[in-house]
Design a protein around this ligand. Structure first.
Ligand code: AMP
Length: 376
């Protein structure tokens, strides 16, 4: 058990918005932050003490980075295994690299879930053309997803015939893939959980999530599902934190089927977009929890002070010029978070808005109104 006290230095692999919000939480509690990624003037680098821009494959630079910090964590799970292993030779790495190894690859992740008895969407591994020809007929409506390096619906194709599937696989340059049944879900939800160094766990109330084009659009919490659904989702998350032996934050994304079963869709061993509302709505944010967990400190309360909803701001919001920030902020219960990215490309996560209100439905309506005001 190693406790990393305020005043120490945390290393963050990755430099996007998750690292930025983590760094803000860490600096508020008196820690220093070093970030490592191939980018310069990154969302995390802008608020960190030190920004190292070097390839993940440059293991000499990774060694120097890890040697200068007290604990290393991630904000990005597609860090190569060799990078995590090298960092672990010079610093404590939390969560451990094998958690990353399982969750950064859809096939490994889904196989882990199935082998450990967690409810998961029906799937098959696709490694050869023969696998596709054998599996697609009789499989029903399906989605073909790349096994590695996919997120936010990238590298995913709906397929209904062997010809479709071959064309989709061609677009993926014949990379290893997962063929997954399309779930006719009633809703999507997620649970952010955290596990401390001593095995203590804490959970946020599930969020109800709406995606557009495979990207999260709106999260609202507490979710409108039954107590039983919420409790089951939390117990599955607890089981996963324990089975994966996570020290840190884990987000579990679920489908709720029309017959009220929960299926695990995806795991993220880090703070998650659907947990951003915890910054403005909960006693302890998901980023502060990650900090407390990786530093071996007691976890904070996950209690929600007020129902909340979050709306993502993608680059598309800039299509007609600078958004009207003042119009959104004229609603006093709305908070603006921008990630310091200069190029607002379509589909790129640039920031988010959070609204709090008396009910999650009212918060969702308010955050949508605020976002529409940006275009006024
Ligand atoms: P993913 O990147 O796998 O989390 O997928 C992004 C989004 O695409 C999900 O949140 C769903 O909205 C949708 N999606 C992914 N897989 C499936 C599936 N098997 N059935 C139905 N919708 C899916």
């Amino acid at each position: 058990m190693k406790i990393v006290l305020p005043g120490s230095t945390i290393g963050v692999l990755g430099s996007g918005q998750l690292g930025r919000m983590f760094a803000i939480a860490a600096r508020r509690m008196g820690y220093r932050v070093h970030t490592y990624s191939p980018d310069r003037d990154s969302p995390t680098g802008q608020v960190a003490d030190v920004e190292i821009d070097a390839p993940y494959e440059d293991l000499d630079r990774v060694r120097d980075f890890a040697s200068a910090v007290d604990v290393v964590t991630f904000e990005f799970e597609n860090v190569p295994a060799a990078t995590a292993e090298t960092a672990a030779q010079y610093a404590l790495v939390r969560p451990a690299g094998d958690v990353l190894h399982t969750t950064q690859h859809r096939l490994r992740e889904k196989t882990f879930l199935r082998q450990h008895g967690f409810p998961v969407t029906n799937f098959e591994a696709i490694r050869t053309s023969e696998d596709l020809l054998r599996t697609v007929p009789g499989f029903g409506p399906a989605i073909l997803k790349t096994a590695g390096f996919g997120y936010d619906g990238k590298g995913q194709y709906r397929v209904s015939s062997p010809a479709d599937a071959q064309a989709a696989w061609q677009k993926m340059a014949h990379q290893e893939a997962v063929l997954e049944s399309v779930v006719d879900f009633e809703a999507e939800l997620s649970v952010v959980g955290v596990r401390g160094q001593n095995g203590d766990c804490a959970f946020y109330a599930p969020s109800a999530n709406e995606h557009v084009g495979g990207i999260l659009d709106i999260s609202a919490s507490p979710s409108p599902f039954t107590k039983e659904v919420a409790e089951t989702a939390i117990e599955i998350t607890r089981g996963l934190l324990e089975q994966l032996n996570v020290t840190g934050v884990l987000c579990v994304e679920f489908f709720l089927t029309r017959d009220h079963r929960l299926l695990v869709n995806e795991l993220a061993p880090r703070p998650h977009n659907s947990g951003h509302l915890t910054i403005d709505a909960c006693i302890t944010s998901q980023f502060e929890q990650q900090l407390r967990a990786v530093c071996g400190l007691p976890l904070g309360s996950t209690e929600m002070l007020r129902p909340a909803a979050m709306a993502n701001l993608l680059g598309d919001v800039w299509a007609a010029g600078e958004p009207n920030w003042a119009a959104a902020l004229a609603l006093p219960d709305v908070k603006l978070h921008l990630y310091g990215k200069t190029e607002p490309r379509p589909g790129r996560k640039m920031g988010h808005l959070t609204a709090t209100a008396a009910t999650p439905e009212a918060a969702a309506a308010l955050v949508r109104t605020a976002r529409s005001h940006l275009l006024s």
